[in-house]
Structures are given as C-alpha cells and as structure tokens.
Design a protein around this ligand. Structure first.
Ligand code: GSH
Length: 195
C-alpha cells in the first residue's frame, strides 16, 4: 500500500494487482516472493519497498515527496524509512507468521511467539508515538514517502490488544493521513475502505 499511496501522490499512471504469492509464476517476478513489486513499462522489475518509494519520489521531483535536494531532509526521510522497514515492519513478522520462527512449534509456543512480537511492536510504537509529538507529518508540513510507509505499517497492529491507533499522537496522525486523498484512494482501491 505504501508505493500505491506514493503513486497516487505523484499522479502517476499505473494499475495495481494483488498477486497470488502461492503461484509459482510470481517467484519469477520476485524470487523472494514478496510484495511490493513495481513493473515498469519497459519490463524492468523493481523490488524492496524503500527503493520503490525512492524511485517514485525521484521520478516525480515536482511532487515534493522525497525531501528535495536538501541533504538533511533526505537524511531524515531515509532515517524514517530505515526505522520503519528494519525495525517496525520486521517486528510484525513473528506476530503474523509464528511457524517461521520455531521448528515444529506447538500452539502454546506459537501463542508465546505472537505475544513476544506484540510486546516488541508495542515498545517501538511507544517510541514512535513520542517522536510524533507536535508533528503533523514525519518531516515538515506535508506528507512524504516515509509517511506512506508509516501509515501502512501502523494499520497492521489493528487486531493487537493495543493497536497503533490507540496511541494518542499516532491516532491523530492516522486520522490525518486517512483524510488524505491519495491515501483514501489507495485504501478504497485495495478494499480497505467503504466507498
Ligand atoms: N524487505 C521487503 C519486505 C517485503 C515484505 O515483507 N512484504 C510482505 C508483505 S508486507 C510479503 O510480501 N510477505 C509475504 C510473505 O512473507 O510470505 C520490502 O521492503 O519490500
């Protein structure tokens, strides 16, 4: 959803597909069998969410969603992108896929892995909530590519005891993002919002 939001923001011409990850033909497109993947008109395949987000922002500099030419803004966006991908995104993996984290685990072990993941996510959300204090967006007064990614990942905790939206600053931030046209369009298209 993050690249989908960014593509809306820059006004790109594109279509989206929900691939069947079980289908062997998808492994030919991305051997890691993961989304997102961006297929360009010339047949080039781009993978890795942050690289795709950068490609979109750099391809449409006039949209101003990648920090422009200012090295410090670039650094700040890259720092958010790294944190979201390497820390926040990854820490959700054991919450969703316990069997990848224990060989032949039983239900009780799976429950404990899930709980540990939830605890780790909560620690990161707590810190993220502090960082968001006084901010409308991650950098400056308009959304950037890192906001598209943060909003996407915040939604994943919606079934946890304490979802991201229940943190005061994150909750207000998510409401603000959800009012954004590009975000709403992406959510509608992905069936995540009533039309
Ligand atoms: N490092 C990759 C991670 C992508 C990723 O974890 N994608 C998830 C969806 S959010 C996925 O396709 N998971 C399928 C699976 O792991 O089976 C990126 O940044 O694009």
């Amino acid at each position: 959803m993050a690249p989908h939001i960014a593509l809306n923001w820059v006004g790109a011409e594109f279509s989206i597909q929900q691939p069947d990850l079980e289908d062997k033909s998808f492994a030919e497109i991305n051997p890691l069998v993961q989304v997102p993947v961006l297929l360009l008109k010339d047949g080039t395949t781009l993978s890795q969410c942050n690289a795709i987000l950068r490609f979109i922002s750099d391809s449409y500099p006039e949209a101003g969603i990648g920090g422009g030419n200012d090295p410090f803004s670039q650094y700040e966006i890259n720092r958010w992108l790294s944190f979201i991908a390497s820390d926040l995104h990854r820490s959700h993996a054991p919450y969703f896929f316990q069997s990848r984290f224990i060989v032949e685990g039983n239900d009780q072990q799976h429950t404990r892995i899930k709980q540990a993941a939830e605890n780790q996510v909560q620690g990161l959300l707590k810190q993220f909530d502090r960082w968001l204090h006084g901010k409308s967006y991650l950098i400056g007064d308009k959304p950037c590519i890192a906001d598209a990614y943060a909003f996407t990942v915040f939604r994943w905790s919606r079934n946890m005891t304490k979802p991201a939206s229940s943190y005061s600053n994150i909750g207000v931030y998510m409401d603000r993002m959800q009012e954004n046209t590009g975000v709403r369009l992406a959510m509608q298209k992905e069936g995540l919002l009533e039309t």
